[in-house]
Design a binder for this molecule. Sequence first.
Ligand code: GLP
Length: 244
Amino acid sequence: MKIVVAKNYEELSLQAANKVADIVKSKQDVVLGLPTGSTPLGMYKDLIDMNKEGKLSFKDVTTFNLDEYESLPKEDENSYYRFMWDNFFSHIDIDRQRTNIPNGMASNVEEECKDYERRIEDVGGIDLMVLGIGNNGHIGFNEPSSYFAGATHRVKLHENTIEANSRFFGSLDKVPKHAVTMGIKSIMQCRSVMILASGKGKADAIKKALEGPITPELPASVLQLHRDLTVIVDEEAASLLEKR
Ligand code: GLP
């Protein structure tokens, strides 16, 4: 595990963007796993700048998003589909056909989950998975649980997550109760994983994830077992870490 403690959010974002840029430049037809949330926004901005300045092209890049709310139409302002197009894809030279986001509107969710896994397999797996972390230690929408979930699956969101994400929806009851997420197995199978966390609110989850017991009660703790994990945190998110 490599831990990078950035001075602040700007530096964290640039370090994360550089890591993505390095792999995009070094491998043809690279496959990226991408997160939503406020944390990766700075990284997406930096990657957009690199693309606009002609330093980086996404033409041959394939992407798989981690998760999507269930029952929100793509065009809903809170769908992760909208998030990705508004904050990243619309501003870069990516091929739409190469972008993948779970379909939260699928009539047969189980089939959609299987198909998502098949699509990942068909392109040879994910080279670099970028993750954020929930306050409760969730990754994607893999919530604290008594077991580690395997492949892409449907989840019931925890009250804690619904509350945390209600800031985007205006009220608690507008937040979907279910979502589709890549599972812990799907994440652990990625060749490299990079997790980002910023701010005091994430310090406890980061400490437990990196220095606590490996338990499905704190889903991100499983990343301690990944053979190529990079953690990029700012000073505040790193503040409770003993080993740094
Ligand atoms: C959501 C997403 C996660 C994300 C988390 C943290 O629940 N499903 O993938 O990591 O929020 O988001 P933020 O970066 O806004 O704190």
